[in-house]
Design a protein around this ligand. Structure first.
Ligand SMILES: C[S@@+](CC[C@H](N)C(=O)[O-])C[C@H]1O[C@@H](n2cnc3c(N)ncnc32)[C@H](O)[C@@H]1O
Length: 187
């Protein structure tokens, strides 16, 4: 499917980013929001995933964090901050250990130099997983964007140490030419 197809569809469906179709497809496969009352959305801007989370859990607590600004999404509390400083974001910090679902579509800046990018992605993925483990409860679910690279196996085994079930997804809305994939873990 052409990239523009998803952008046009997002506009028609009233979502602010095409990225939303990636989480929708994964949700249809794993029932992501079942028994979920509190969500932490990491790397949330421009906000497609937050909009979808708010739609799925309209009465619940949804917190989002990004380096960039994000226009308000109803029922979502947004904080402009680097994920590396999440502990300084008081309203999120006070919910430490309580999130049912952590979702991360965070993507670091890419230099185009394979070895440097692979390492940066691994470092961000590891940091994000550590944040998810610290901020979520022991029945939590975790969805993260990563890339098919030399560190994927290592990162996946880190996921497997912390979740009883770990699955890979390559959603249709993710460009076939991109090495982007999603890992999902649940307990
Ligand atoms: C692909 S976009 C997310 C799209 C989003 N899921 C949506 O549906 O609209 C990735 C986001 O990660 C954010 N990001 C990158 N590095 C970050 C960091 N260190 N801390 C917080 N956010 C970061 C970027 O600013 C960018 O907005």
């Amino acid at each position: 499917m052409h990239r523009d197809h998803w952008a046009k569809k997002a506009k028609l469906d009233g979502f602010r980013s095409r990225a939303v179709y990636k989480i929708i497809e994964i949700d249809q496969k794993v029932d992501l929001f079942k028994n979920v009352y509190t969500v932490l959305d990491i790397g949330s801007a421009p906000g497609g995933w937050s909009e979808y989370a708010a739609k799925k859990c309209p009465q619940n607590d949804i917190f989002a964090i990004d380096l960039l600004d994000m226009k308000p999404v109803k029922n979502v509390s947004f904080f402009k901050s680097d994920i590396r400083e999440i502990d300084q974001v008081e309203p999120i910090f006070t919910k430490k250990g309580s999130f049912d679902l952590v979702i991360s579509d965070l993507a670091p800046n890419i230099t185009g130099i394979g070895a440097i990018d692979d390492e940066a992605i691994y470092e961000y993925n590891t940091l994000t997983l550590e944040v998810a483990l610290k901020y979520s409860n022991n029945k939590s679910k975790f969805l993260i964007k990563t890339f098919q690279n030399s560190y994927l196996k290592k990162f996946k085994s880190f996921m497997e140490k912390n979740f009883t079930l770990v699955q890979n997804f390559k959603p249709l809305a993710s460009k076939a030419t991109s090495s982007e994939i999603y890992l999902y873990g649940e307990n």
